[in-house]
Design a protein around this ligand. Structure first.
Ligand SMILES: Cc1cc2nc3c(=O)[nH]c(=O)nc-3n(C[C@H](O)[C@H](O)[C@H](O)COP(=O)(O)OP(=O)(O)OC[C@H]3O[C@@H](n4cnc5c(N)ncnc54)[C@H](O)[C@@H]3O)c2cc1C
Length: 482
């Protein structure tokens, strides 16, 4: 063994399967000390009164850490829990516990990189090694057919090159045993949500799934979606759905925290293709995972530009900073039922479908003309599947400051509603004050007569708002995305 004692610092990789840092530590060190740090900066206010990590995401994170701890204990290990800055806590712990090295997964974005750099500087002076491992993508960074700083700007090119010239590596085995040393130290505990300025989120029974953080529930969801319910073979046809647990995989939250490895998902897709069926749908799930890779590599290539107003395209536009309009949007009170229904789902559950996200994002930036970063910030706080690269990358795309060859990603909300919620059931589910309006009319209450509205119990301007933008006078983007 190369080392006697190694700290494995868990971050957004809260699992035991296919975990490069843990796998290597088990091979190279006699004793392993797993550590997780709740970083208070992750729970600070970031502007407009928005907390960086909101209630839903925090709860999901606590559950994931708790599950990781149980699973480590199950293998003879344990998990030390601390609240504070990892770049300060880890060097202290390493010295106190006589650890020779700290192993961890590499991140790509600015704040995370700064923390890694500061940690490396601090422990280097103390003679403690750090080792980083690439972890979160389907294609390993070393297997890309181009240097990461030459990642193709256009998704299709990126995908084609990866599919043609790269291979997905096999998943790494989960360790059979973790040798956790005898130490005389307080192991710490998961902080109460209230100590982080958060509350236990409401338990809406209306959500698409009862999302529970952790590797166990992640693998159960995969088992259910692929194998028990046999949904994968129709994924491509159902993936634009809005209601219910099974129109899409719902893997995103577990992928974001690393409770699920994308390579494990990939291997299960291949097994499904061998044992059940191989078709466009099975391919399409992998296709979507490549989008996820794409945003990660684009973020690595462009650094902090993905958080800047002009994005990576350096596109300048006149974005408005109108807080009133923004909060109308955020609270689901725009008077545009399809937008409001989606935002209310997000606020009540911490989740929104992909179709919903594209529409509400386009509405904020194209119809309201508001600074796209406010939307990204709001999603960052609320989404249980928040992933820094996927979120900011997708927002850049919708805002037209990413590298999308299509100039205009304008979503015509009514057309979208007509395609994806023709009978209005989704709006009926989330906007009860409009529920009595039959059929597609629920999407356009402002076109109904006073008598009709009265009959349906709708009082525009009283129990449901007038639209906050006049659709007929929209200036931007008259091309319509499908
Ligand atoms: C404005 C906006 C913000 C978004 N923010 C996030 C985010 O913070 N975190 C996040 O994981 N996804 C984000 N997405 C992408 C996408 O909406 C979600 O990944 C998807 O809705 C999650 O549901 P699912 O797991 O059922 O997806 P499925 O349709 O089952 O897809 C399987 C997996 O592929 C990946 N994937 C699918 N679509 C995308 C995409 N467009 N970009 C990147 N990865 C994708 C996800 O990991 C997903 O779990 C965002 C999209 C938009 C338009």
């Amino acid at each position: 063994m190369k080392y006697k004692r190694v700290i494995v610092w868990f971050k957004n990789d809260l699992r035991l399967h296919d975990h490069a840092a843990l796998f290597s530590a088990c091979k190279e060190s006699s004793e392993i000390i797993p550590v997780y740090c709740f970083d208070p900066r992750q729970f600070e206010e970031v502007g407009l009164g928005i907390q960086k990590t909101g209630d839903f995401r925090a709860k999901f994170l606590m559950e994931a850490v708790d599950n990781l701890k149980s699973n480590l204990i199950g293998l003879g290990g344990n998990l030390i829990l601390r609240t504070g800055k990892p770049e300060e806590l880890l060097p202290e712990l390493a010295l106190e516990l006589l650890a020779e090295a700290i192993f961890f997964s590499e991140e790509v974005t600015f704040e995370e990189k700064e923390i890694e750099k500061n940690l490396e500087n601090s422990v280097w002076k103390k003679g403690i090694e750090t080792r980083t491992f690439w972890q979160s993508t389907l294609f390993h960074i070393e297997d890309l057919p181009f240097p990461v700083n030459q990642t193709p700007e256009v998704f299709t090119l990126f995908r084609k090159e990866c599919e043609k010239f790269s291979k997905v590596r096999k998943t790494l085995q989960k360790p059979e045993k973790i040798n956790f040393p005898e130490i005389d130290l307080d192991l710490g505990c998961i902080p109460e949500l209230s100590t982080l300025g958060l509350q236990a989120p409401g338990n809406s029974k209306k959500g698409v799934l009862p999302f529970i953080g952790g590797e166990d529930s992640a693998t159960q969801r995969l088992q259910s979606y692929f194998w028990d319910k046999d949904c994968l073979k129709i994924y491509k046809e159902t993936r634009n759905g809005l209601l219910g647990p099974d129109y899409s995989s719902k893997f995103s939250a577990w992928l974001a925290l690393g409770c699920l490895s994308p390579r494990y998902v990939y291997e299960e897709v291949l097994r499904y293709e061998r044992e059940r069926k191989k078709n466009d749908s099975t391919y399409w799930l992998v296709f979507e995972l490549i989008w996820r890779d794409y945003f990660r590599f684009v973020s690595k290539k462009h650094g902090s530009k993905i958080f800047q107003l002009q994005g990576i395209k350096k596109h300048v536009d006149n974005w408005r900073k109108d807080e009133k309009l923004f909060w109308n949007w955020a609270e689901g009170k725009t008077g545009v039922p399809f937008v409001d229904a989606n935002m209310r789902e997000l606020n009540a559950t911490g989740f929104m479908s992909n179709r919903g996200r594209q529409n509400v994002a386009s509405f904020l930036v194209n119809d309201l003309g508001i600074d796209w970063r406010w939307g990204a910030m709001y999603f960052e706080s609320l989404l249980i599947d928040y992933d820094v690269c996927s979120n900011w990358g997708n927002w850049m795309y919708v805002a037209g400051v990413g590298n999308d060859p299509r100039e205009n990603r304008y979503f015509n909300i009514l057309k979208q509603a007509n395609n994806y919620d023709k009978k209005g059931d989704f709006v009926r589910y989330w906007v009860p004050e409009l529920a009595k309006i039959p059929g597609f009319d629920i999407h356009q209450p402002n076109t109904l007569t006073k008598n009709e509205l009265k009959a349906y119990g709708v009082h525009l301007g009283a129990n449901y708002p007038h639209p906050i933008v006049a659709f007929s006078t929209r200036e931007k983007g008259m091309s319509v995305k499908n």
